[in-house]
Design a protein around this ligand. Structure first.
Ligand code: ATP
Length: 134
């Protein structure tokens, strides 16, 4: 049994929260913790520190900290991989072309505004859950 951090980003929250939650439950995840959060720029920069210096870092951190988002700790066997599969490809356009049933295909906007976040490893999940839920 594994845990991962899921974020519903500002292009999908609050409008698509219920639809995303329905998919999470259908896929068999247990929601361990959940809350609306409005991250500060400082916390957002810590969260995305591995991307510091990349072309999209500025826009991404400004956007994520601009409005409330929804954070969840999800539990399931293979939760990290399973949640990323449910999200689909990082780029929402690519998701629409290649994986039309995924969350990013359905609710994402483009290559950066892509409806959701999922931790990329168990270690990242632990780090990210600590940042968001303390
Ligand atoms: P996430 O970590 O949010 O689940 P990911 O692991 O699929 O997404 P990463 O490569 O870790 O993607 O990038 C983190 C986030 O940065 C992406 O979700 C997206 O919002 C943004 N991003 C990544 N690559 C690009 C890019 N080339 N152009 C614009 N934004 C990008």
């Amino acid at each position: 049994i594994e845990r991962t951090l899921a974020l519903i980003k500002p292009d999908a929250y609050p409008q698509h929260k219920d639809a995303v939650l329905a998919r999470i439950r259908e896929a068999g995840f247990t929601v361990v913790q959940e809350k609306e959060v409005h991250l500060t720029r400082e916390v957002t920069e810590r969260f995305y520190e591995e991307h510091r210096g990349r072309s999209f870092y500025e826009d991404l951190t400004v956007w994520i900290s601009s409005k409330p988002i929804y954070a969840l700790v999800l539990e399931k066997e293979d939760a990290v991989k399973e949640w990323r599969n449910l999200l689909g490809p990082t780029n929402s356009e690519k998701a629409r072309a290649e994986a039309p049933e995924t969350i990013r295909a359905l609710f994402g906007t483009d290559g950066s505004k892509n409806a959701g976040h999922g931790s990329d490893s168990v270690a990242s999940a632990e780090r990210e859950i600590l940042i968001i839920f303390g």
